[in-house]
Write a protein that binds this ligand. Structure first.
Ligand SMILES: *[C@@H]1O[C@H](CO)[C@@H](O)[C@H](O)[C@H]1NC(C)=O
Ligand SMILES: *[C@@H]1O[C@H](CO)[C@@H](O)[C@H](O)[C@H]1NC(C)=O
Length: 234
């Protein structure tokens, strides 16, 4: 009986792997999805003596798992926003809460400075996002892909919720006269962040300026000016 169950499990795993590979290769070549959990717990550890690669993180022996593996404290504390963009993003992933490993979830706190704090245009290659504003007034939006480039934008006040669909460029801008705070829930333990301007103009080593000049309809001198600016991640 146990042998049959084992065979069935193997067949199922093979089918799941085939579906995953098919999806990855043909439908979404740049986006990967979190697999569903295969066990109750898979708390992340940093290294393995055997060096086996398991979906990004190794699992702790379940007997050694403790409540603290699922815990984080201090997300209520306001973050410093006195930087160039006036934004501070605290993203909690499986790196900070090991119990999130394989759960397909992460949580972010976004602090935006009064009068123009900006979480600049960016996208998450592996996650959709639902954003809940608890304080302040924001102009937020996302833009659809080719060929429409349609902007969906809204002004949010405290208590409002907005969705940023998987992989689409989006932004949050504080148009109010006081600090704004929101929380973002993302459906990946490692959503990834591609900040559009930083990524293209702050690439290391630099992208050939002619490439960006042609793409952005700019002259090379303007591109080179942009490329030498200090780009920092929010
Ligand atoms: C993993 O290693 C990093 C860097 O050494 C450390 O900050 C973090 O706490 C470690 N996480 C776990 C779950 O051991
Ligand atoms: C975000 O806030 C924390 C805590 O206030 C601070 O240590 C950190 O330097 C801030 N990050 C940026 C980019 O301003």
């Amino acid at each position: 009986m146990e042998g049959v169950a084992h065979l069935l499990l193997q067949a199922y795993t093979l089918l799941a792997a085939t579906l995953l590979i098919t999806t990855a290769n043909f439908s979404h070549p740049t986006a990967a999805y979190d697999p569903n959990p295969l066990q109750d717990l898979c708390v992340a550890v940093n290294h393995s003596i055997h060096g086996v690669y398991v979906n990004g993180k190794f699992c702790k022996d379940p007997r050694k798992v403790s409540p603290n593996d699922f815990f984080y404290t201090g997300l209520n504390v306001p973050r410093r926003t006195s930087n160039r963009l006036g934004v501070n993003v605290t993203l909690l992933t499986a790196d900070s809460i090991p119990g999130l490993n394989t759960m397909g979830l992460s949580l972010g706190r976004v602090d935006l400075a009064a009068n123009g704090g900006l979480n600049p245009p960016h996208h998450h290659p592996r996650a959709s996002e639902i954003f809940y504003l608890i304080k302040g007034t924001l102009y937020v939006g996302f833009i659809t892909a080719n060929p429409t480039h349609r902007l969906f934008a809204k002004i949010l006040t405290a208590g409002d919720v907005f969705v940023f669909p998987l992989g689409l460029i989006h932004f949050q801008w504080n148009i109010g006269s006081r600090q704004a705070v929101g929380f973002a829930i993302l459906n990946s333990q490692n959503p990834g962040v591609v900040t559009t301007a930083n990524t293209l103009f702050g690439a290391v080593p630099a992208v050939l300026s002619d490439v960006l000049a042609k793409a952005f309809q700019l002259d090379v001198a303007t591109v080179e000016y942009l490329q030498q600016l200090p780009w920092q991640n929010p």
